[in-house]
Design a binder for this molecule. Sequence first.
Ligand SMILES: [Zn+2]
Length: 127
Amino acid sequence: MDCPKCYLPKDDSAWQCDGCGYEFSQDFEGVRSSLRAQLKTRRTVFWLTVLVNLGMVGGIVFLAMYGLIYISVPLLLAVIGSTGHAAHRISVVREHLRSLDRRHVPLPKATAHLGPGAGLPGPGHEA
Ligand SMILES: [Zn+2]
């Protein structure tokens, strides 16, 4: 889990060391698709967290309204904290994906249109 070069602890979604820039994997397409998959999973986790937390907050407020419990501030803070954590994880993965795209441009899906004469007007057509 640490960088083999500078021994800085590495994030599980990082493809490059924050400290020394060492690239953990040369399989950038593989890294990219695994980051995309992680992003998808984390989005799902985030929305599930939001749903569960909304339910919890609703339940707490409901019970408090009927005087059954007191609103627990530490519990509410934990709820807000877990939502913020899930959102933070998304932004971390997204940033890793973005920096990968900046450094290693995704492979083009089709190269057929890159043939000679594509798009550019040729000479000799002027009247
Ligand atoms: Zn390093």
